[in-house]
Design a protein around this ligand. Sequence first.
Ligand code: PLP
Length: 392
Amino acid sequence: MLACRQRALAEIDLEAIRHNVRRLMRDLPDGAVHCAVVKANGYGHGAVPVARAALEAGSTWLGVAAVAEAEELRAAGLTAPILIFAPMTGAELEAAVATGADVVVWSAPFLAAARRLGARVHVKFNSGMCRLGVTGEEVRELCAGAARDGLLIGLMSHFATADEADTAFFETQLRRFTVLAGELEAVYPGLLCHTANSAATLRGPRAHFGMVRTGIAMYGLAPSNDDPFKNDLRPAMKLCSYVAGVRTVAPGDSVGYGRRFIADAPTRIGIVPIGYADGVRRLLTNRGDVLVAGRRCRITGTISMDQLTVRLPDDWGAPGDEVVFFGAAGDGVEGRPGEAWTGETGTRSDAADVPRILCEEVAQLLQTINYEVACDVAPRVVRRYRGAGPAA
Ligand SMILES: *Cc1c(COP(=O)(O)O)cnc(C)c1O
């Protein structure tokens, strides 16, 4: 019975990724393309399987932050154009060119190095983020230099506040980019202009230009950390474990390091073999919830590196039960496949009323964003994929 169970399992639904890509591409203007952002191991979901699923669903570009990430995609046999977003050392630039990836340019010395190596470049305009990118005047010079060698591919920028309710600064950045893109597209026909992240993409076509670069929404997570289902996005990852043991503690007994839970009555405690080294942050001690066989239970006692403990109701929770940290209950852990769920809201279903903890809820408790919760899922957590497409 226990043979197939994983102590810490991230189950990734590739059909959800494909659905989200199609959803994000739905409103793109004719001819505009989708860049699937798979940096940081696909926001924890696994870069190569996610990239494959996105390409199957219609993406034509891949975006990463590090040269090694581009190399991983190439080693897996993916031939789509790749853009590396982040700054690079000289050695990294050489590796980027060797792997056939495009690079981002925002300085004359870097452009000179890129030209020597024959790198395809996207010039970055600072429309207001003030991180990478330069002024319109400098952008014109860099574009002219890159175009001289036939290496100019794109003009890009990045939004600072596209996920916020107040759209004033988003509009300012959009206006600046629209003006410059219009000017440079006239000078360089075919120039690929792109500035939209997930949040800007969901705001509609005005920010789409020739390409959108979406990460978070492609994973079915909401850019503004609210409910992804409102935008018809489907969360792709579920992080789960199982009840490895149950004990009843007596009044006065404490559970775990630092005695941060002391029972005042006989209390059933479930032991779950997942901890902060798997990505369940220690800050969730006595605050976070999990779903034990579909029912919400509080993490109780200090989260340790490899284990945590949950408080179980008197009539719920047994060894072998699935424990979901985020994602939907059911179908997740081998040992109880497809078993009828009879929790607080009735019978189990595959519809939206299946018990679920959103990544966004965990992020809110941690005063961070869903991006960080997904990226926190550690390498030692086993990834299992479902919904794999036809073999390419
Ligand atoms: C990470 C990143 C994106 C994707 O942002 P999301 O908010 O996850 O959609 C787009 N563009 C650049 C330059 C990035 O670094």
